[in-house]
Design a protein around this ligand. Structure first.
Ligand code: THG
Length: 262
């Protein structure tokens, strides 16, 4: 699976402070610790408190790129902030994200094409968050057909059914898991799937247990990628072991160690 580290997000107090105070070392340390723990890519989000997200996202990405060449996942709900981030990324970025709304896709799909970025499509719309699997599938199909029409490669599209907190949306979890499976059969070639995993445990105790159980199940339903906390080593162990069980890695008695040496 593709592991996207979630920790460079202004929503975290330490990162919010580092952005406001231009503390480059704090950002670089956070990037390197996630990479060392196994992150393949790094999500970068200025957070809700940023006063100048167009400038902040550039500073964040420049700081990170000084210490690692891992893929940058440019995370914002504002197209101007996303464009500013994509301009700064050196390699191929992940654009996080568009919704299924036409006004968003009309701007963001051409941007993803222009910068040869991969694209995350959230199965939400201005009408709100879908309440069952079929509503998620309807929005997913709208995103896939829009991308196909504009000749955006479907293999580079990651559909996100949006993980919701289990303590307030318990009946949604099975709908989300089944949506992950069915997104894969919308088209051939299949779109990929991704989740912002930590959403599922927001407001709950036992967060780590809920996160790793949900991740393991989602991988069983065909999940390709997750935005998660790579410093949670039990979570990473569960991810690595799931890939083994799903025959994505060769078995050996020391598979955790072998994977981490990759
Ligand atoms: N899908 C996509 N992108 C996303 C999300 C998604 N980006 C943002 C988010 N969701 C994924 N990242 C996080 C990061 C942190 C938390 C949840 C998701 C989190 N933070 C603690 C909390 O809210 O309790 C903050 C704790 C603190 O302040 O220290 O849980 O779904 N495509």
């Amino acid at each position: 699976m593709l592991i996207v580290g979630e920790l460079i997000n202004g929503m975290y107090a330490n990162i919010g402070k580092a952005i406001a105070g231009r503390d480059k070392k704090a950002i670089q340390d956070c990037a390197l610790s996630q990479v060392k723990s196994g992150a393949d890519a790094l999500d970068v989000n200025c957070g809700p408190a940023s006063r100048d997200p167009v400038a902040d996202i550039q500073w964040l990405i420049e700081s990170i790129q000084e210490v690692t060449d891992k893929t940058i996942c440019v995370d914002s709900s504002k197209p101007k902030v996303i464009e500013s981030g994509l301009k700064t990324v050196k390699g191929r970025a992940i654009l996080n994200s568009t919704t299924a709304d036409l006004d968003k896709m009309d701007i963001l799909v051409p941007l993803a094409k222009q910068y040869k970025a991969k694209l995350i499509g959230l199965t939400i719309s201005a009408k709100g968050i879908p309440q069952n699997k079929d509503q998620r599938l309807e929005l997913a199909a709208q995103i896939v057909s829009y991308c196909a029409e504009k000749e955006f490669p479907i293999e580079d599209l990651y559909l996100d059914p949006i993980a919701m907190p289990v303590n307030v949306a318990q009946s949604q979890q099975k709908e989300i898991l089944e949506a992950i499976h069915e997104f894969k059969i919308i088209s051939d070639p299949s779109p990929k799937t991704i989740l912002g995993l930590s959403n599922v445990s927001q407001g709950s105790s036992q967060r780590s247990l809920i996160n790793r159980t949900f991740l393991t199940m989602a991988l069983g339903f065909g999940l390709d990628a997750a935005i998660l906390d790579p410093l949670d080593s039990l979570l990473m162990d569960a991810a690595i072991t799931s890939d083994l069980i799903l025959n994505k890695n060769i078995y050996c008695d020391k598979f955790l160690e072998a994977y981490r040496k990759k």
